[in-house]
Design a protein around this ligand. Sequence first.
Ligand code: NAP
Length: 265
Amino acid sequence: MQVFGLLGNPVTHSLSPPMHEAAYAELDLDARYVTFEPAPEALEAAICGAQALGIAGLNVTIPFKQDVLELVEPDDLAARIGAVNTIDFSGETPTGHNTDAIGAVRALRDHDVALDGTAVVVGAGGAGRAIAFGLADEGMTVRIANRTEQKAHDLADAVPNATGHGLGDLDKLLADASVLVNATSVGMESDETPVPKAALHDELAVLDAVYRPLETRLLRDARAVGATTVDGAWMLLYQGVEAFERWTGNDAPVSVMNIALRERL
Ligand code: NAP
């Protein structure tokens, strides 16, 4: 049996176990997906222990995504983003990957969104970093807007074709943009939005990384002005799909994983 899992703290409410286990059942794979909550000071021991025990792959979430970078061999994208959310133990040294970036890209592609032109990414935390690199690697010009403006400038310095901004100019930043991504936590478990409705327009595709609730105020506002909307569960789904495909070498049963995820949201 192959063992996969999630390393984080806390991980109690994670949707990854049912999503991955639904895929194993669908493809008849002899595999399990379990959660681990090591103390922060035990992270290195946890990675070494996982390798020694023959664990095949781990997802990594808060608060370990950055610290784990030092403990594995990151690929180019994970190194540039500065965070790892997927570890592959199949080689001699564990390798680190970041599937959040491609998760956002695939979520947008799945909704027939053209990834050219200009994207506005609101937020410069972990999700914002990954998404900004992901969209820039697709060839988009990226405008990063963040409450703490300096963080947007620092991130824009690292991302190709990117500029950094505060939240004050969102209407101007969005006027000629084709993609908007909310990568802040605003809207999570609350009816708030980081983007004024007046700044939205019908030429936009709007991805909200927030997935609790699925229908955020931003997505409601976006739909009301005729924009294309993509909820955060699509990004969560595709980061899991990417990890599954890397670990198992199989095409993921995407619709089965999507149903397992959405049943629990
Ligand atoms: P993080 O690293 O803590 O970053 C939080 C971001 O939100 C920062 O840019 C922060 O701005 C901004 N922010 C927080 N409160 C704000 C407020 N009141 N007004 C304006 N901006 C505010 O968190 P993260 O890991 O990037 O996660 C961000 C969101 O993405 C969460 O809701 C998370 O659940 C979601 N997420 C979803 C997926 C998915 O697969 N769908 C994956 C990863 C994350 P400052 O820099 O100014 O503090």
